[in-house]
Every structure is written in C-alpha cells, then in structure tokens.
Design a binder for this molecule. Structure first.
Ligand code: F6P
Length: 356
C-alpha cells in the first residue's frame, strides 16, 4: 500500500453533495486500511492546522445533508508561498501522505499546487455551476437546478395571477448551464446566458405579440454572468421590458439560496462514486487528476488538461497554453468544445422555439 494516511477537504463555494463525497472518501479509505484526516475549513484549515481524524461513524447521517460539515473557505493565503509552506508543514506534522480536495476550479488549482509541492492530490467536483469543462457533471448542479425550478414554479403562480413578467437571476458564475436547463424546464419565454448573445429586441417583440394574443405570464431566466457578474443586466432587463411592452415586470435574484438544501439522488450518487474513485486513484499511485463523469462513467482527467480545455471552451487560451499537448490531443479538445457549444445551442434554440 502506497499511503497510510490521507486528508480530505472541501473548498470554495459549498455544494449539495459535498458531504456524500466526504463520506465515500472516508469509508473507502478506511476499508483499505488508510487513516483519514478531515481538514476543516478548506485550504485555510490546512494552513492553520484545523484537522481531526475521521471514523466511519463520523460520517454517519451526512449523506442526506446539504452544505459541508467539513466547512469551506475561499482562501487567498493558500496562493502565497508562506501559506503553502504552512500547509505542507501541517501535512508533515500529521503525516498526511495525500489529499482529496472537493470543490471547483479554484480548489483544483490548489490541488495542483499541492501535488507540485510533493503532496499527491486528487480533485473531486463539488460546485453548483457545472462549469468544469472536462466533466459532464459537477456535484451540486442537480440540487441547485431543482431549487431554482421550485422557485420559478412559485413565480409562475404569481406571474399568472398578476399577468406579470418575472425576470429571475440565477448563479452559475460564467457558465449559463443552470439558467439554460432551468429555463427550459420551467418553460421560460426567454433565457439569457453568457455563452450566447441575447437578442433583446426579438425577446421584447415576441413578448408584445404573445401578450396581444392573451398570454399573461412571462418567466425569464438570466444567468448572473450575462454582461458580467454584478452588471445588473437582469434588473435592467426587467425595467426595459416594462417600458417597451407595458407588461409589468419584476426582478428576483435567487442568489445563495440555490446553494443550500439536501442533495438530490443524482448528486448523492455522483458524489459517492466520485469520492470513492478518488481514493482508488490514490491507491493506484495516481495524482493531479480531477475525477470526472463522462458519458455516465466516472473517470480521471489530468487537472492541467482540464484547465486548458476550460480555457479553450471559454476562448481564453493564451500563447503557450497548448505547448504541452500533441496535435491529436488538441484536435480532441477542439472537437469536445465544438460538441459542447452545439449542445448548448441546441437546448437554447429548442427552449426558445417552444416558448409561445
Ligand atoms: O461557484 C459557486 C458560486 O455559487 C457561483 O455560482 C457564484 O458566482 C459564486 O459561487 C458566489 O460566491 P460567494 O459565495 O463567494 O459569494
């Protein structure tokens, strides 16, 4: 056996299902004779030695709970050489041989830094945004979307009663998938996401025509990334709609409420499979990987490859980013990005076509 003791932490924005991943990590490791140290409060906890040994009983009853009992943080200190040195010291003090880091892309950057400093680390997805290009799915996405759906269904009731337009802004950072899927599933009349330019004139024209034909209730879902986070796009859109169509419009921002709540079955299963896989990979002597779900299989992807793929998908590649990759790998990445863009486009067009 390569490892005697591993650490597990959750970092970045909390996501429903993180607890289920921790449970899977702890019990898979213990089953293989590996001790588990829970690191509390993400990388901040690693720097400041906030740790506790975890037993199988310590993770009882957490599979059904939202948030993360290991607590979390967005830790700038970890990006400094001093922070990293302290984190390594904590690993040495507790003889932590490897770490499973559960979170989103910021967490995976930390994971790669740890691996580069001699602590093999594996990343497990835990973010509501579904914004890690290498994986079809990130833990927390399904629960968050179901929460949005529940809220928008409520807004539909009031929209119908008052003959109003409800513009709802949802989280997702720079990724519009929460808005796209919930927009489709809630029968929204329009969806605005960062990936596709929003045709506001067409939206307003359509709404005016539909109102003339007797439509009372208009739901619009806006992803927070449209126009840049904090740009006020959703709120201003509601004002412009009212001005130009005469349809009374109200704006709601769902915000952090979407991050809470008990994980759905989808999230518990994905989290469990991913957490267990992370330990299996460490046992195989592997590291610097992110555990992904691709075509329903739980598979590892190199973390750096995943970063580059993300940049390519978001058109943010810089000179030199592709230097480490073969022509075949680059072609594979390009094909992947094309498929993903086509998928987003297809859903967007279908949702729009059915909004009548
Ligand atoms: O990444 C998860 C997420 O909820 C994003 O959707 C959102 O933009 C961000 O975190 C909010 O971060 P914070 O909780 O630090 O305000």
């Amino acid at each position: 056996m390569k490892f005697r003791k591993i650490g597990v932490l959750t970092s970045g924005g909390d996501a429903p299902g993180m607890n289920a991943s921790v449970r899977a990590v702890v019990r898979t490791a213990l089953e293989n004779g590996i001790e588990v140290v829970g690191i509390y409060g993400g990388y901040h906890g690693l720097i400041h030695d906030n740790v506790k040994y975890l037993t199988a009983r310590d993770v009882s009853n957490c599979i059904s709970r939202g948030g993360t009992f290991l607590l979390t943080d967005r830790c700038d200190e970890f990006k400094t050489p001093e922070g990293m040195a302290k984190a390594i010291e904590t690993c040495k003090k507790h003889e932590i041989d490897a770490i499973v880091a559960i979170g989103g892309d910021g967490t995976f950057r930390g994971a790669t830094d740890l691996t580069n400093h001699g602590i093999p680390t594996i990343g497990v997805t835990g973010t509501i945004d579904n914004d890690i290009s290498a994986t079809d799915y990130t833990v927390g996405f399904d629960t968050a979307m179901n929460t949005v759906l529940d809220m928008v269904d409520r807004l539909r009731d009031t929209g119908e009663s008052h003959a109003r337009c409800l513009v709802t802004e949802v989280m997702g950072r720079h990724c519009g998938e929460i808005a796209l899927l919930t927009g489709m599933a809630s029968g929204a009349v329009a969806i605005a996401i960062p990936e596709i330019e929003f045709d506001e004139d067409a939206c307003i024209k359509k709404m005016a025509e539909l109102r003339a034909k007797g439509k009372r209730n208009f739901q619009i879902i806006v992803s927070e990334g449209v126009g840049g986070i904090g740009s006020g796009f959703g709120e201003n859109l509601a004002k412009r709609i009212e001005e130009k169509t005469g349809i009374e419009a109200r704006y709601n921002c769902l915000g952090h409420v979407v991050r809470g709540g008990d994980p759905t079955l989808r999230d518990r299963v994905a989290a469990t499979r991913m957490g267990a896989k992370a330990v299996d990979l460490l046992l195989e002597g592997k590291s610097n990987l992110v555990v992904c779900e691709i075509d329903s299989e739980i598979v590892p992807v190199d973390i750096n490859y995943s970063f580059v793929l993300d940049k390519m998908y978001k058109n943010k590649l810089k000179d030199g980013d592709l230097d480490a990759y073969s022509a075949e790998q680059i072609a594979e990445m390009e094909a992947f990005c094309e498929r993903k863009r086509a998928y987003v486009r297809e859903l967007y067009d279908l949702a729009n076509a059915l909004a009548k």
